[in-house]
Design a protein around this ligand. Structure first.
Ligand code: HPA
Ligand code: ZN
Length: 322
């Protein structure tokens, strides 16, 4: 069986970050929005480092101005994921880019995303769950507004709350209020940490935000005590190898710690993060792990099962997919 057609589950995908450059360029043209020089000569997203990546990402998002844009985006993203064998996708959805944190606007964007998700399920069989996401460098005040949006719309297919953005800004404890509010609303929790911050950032995230999964988390491998804790507590790391290499965290897959994490008994899943930014997709992620790390079809199947086990969805959905 080809790697492309093997069933896959993806837990770490930013919806806007999955927008193809041509999609964003088309919207910019249609709406006459100046997004600056965010593409290279081949029309691909161009950035110099992680902070510059965030700038380009946010510039691209200025073209996404209506629920209709998000309907079209969701259809395109899920169709592409399904073409790579993805049967279950958890997408980070950012109220910051869907109405700026205004609850009434957020509801309209959500309705559009949901409509697209239902069509994708009927056409391609792919299941979407949403993880409402605040953006760390937008600050703790704004995270409260985002948590409020999340709490008011929690349930059904919106099952998680998370945080992305610049890990170098603020400390995890500044976001305790937002994560507590989301937890009280019944949402399950994840946060980016241990990507640009070291083990201490992961530890603070576990202590203060009490998440059950960590986005990336790969730098936990630098601290054996922390690795033990993560394995003992059953915290899953949403590992995105292609993203880590494209952003220069590791020079190549040969230097990536994913297998050291697995050997330490840590549950890991494999995701693309922001596929067109990192020139990747779920097939390429697993092909890379097979070619450069000796992974087999069994490793892929085990990773898919582990991802479904840690998915923010009820058991009946999980059972229907396994
Ligand atoms: N890290 C932090 N924030 C992000 C990322 C990431 O990899 N992708 C989109 N927002
Ligand atoms: Zn991410």
């Amino acid at each position: 069986m080809s790697i492309r057609s093997l069933p896959k589950a993806e837990l770490h995908l930013h919806l806007e970050g999955a927008a193809p450059p041509a999609f964003i360029a088309g919207l910019a043209r249609e709406k006459n929005i100046d997004i600056g020089g965010i593409f290279d000569a081949q029309g691909r997203y161009a950035y110099r480092n992680f902070v510059d990546f965030l700038r380009v990402y946010e510039a691209a998002c200025t073209t996404l101005t209506s629920p209709r844009d998000f309907y079209r985006l969701t259809r395109a993203v899920l169709e592409e994921s399904a073409a790579h064998g993805v049967i279950y996708s958890e997408c980070f959805l950012s109220p910051d880019f869907c109405g700026g944190g205004d609850l009434a606007a957020w509801r309209e964007y959500l309705a559009a995303i949901r409509e697209a998700a239902e069509e994708a399920r009927a056409n391609d069989g792919i299941v979407l769950r949403g993880v409402v996401t605040c953006i760390r460098h937008f600050g703790p005040e704004q995270s409260r507004r985002i948590a409020h949006c999340a709490a008011e719309t929690a349930g059904d297919w919106l099952t998680g709350f998370g945080m992305g953005g610049d890990e170098g800004q603020y400390s995890a404890s500044d976001f305790t209020w937002a994560f507590d509010a989301a937890r009280e609303a019944g949402l399950r929790l994840t946060s980016h940490a241990g990507e640009w911050g070291g083990p201490e950032s992961v530890r603070e995230t576990l202590d203060h935000l009490r998440v059950e999964r960590v986005g990336h988390g790969v730098r936990a491998h630098e601290d054996p005590d922390l690795l033990h804790r993560i394995a003992d507590e059953g915290v899953m790391l949403e590992v995105c190898p292609g993203s880590n290499v494209a952003l220069g965290l590791y020079p190549d897959l040969a230097h990536h710690p994913i297998d050291r994490l697995r050997e330490a008994g840590v549950a890991v899943s494999v995701s693309t993060d922001d596929p067109p930014f990192f020139h990747t997709d779920m097939t390429a992620e697993y092909e890379g792990l097979c070619r450069h790390r000796g992974w087999s079809e069994d490793d892929i199947a085990a990773t898919t099962r582990a991802a479904l086990d840690a998915a923010f969805c009820p058991d009946d959905i999980r059972q229907s997919l396994i």
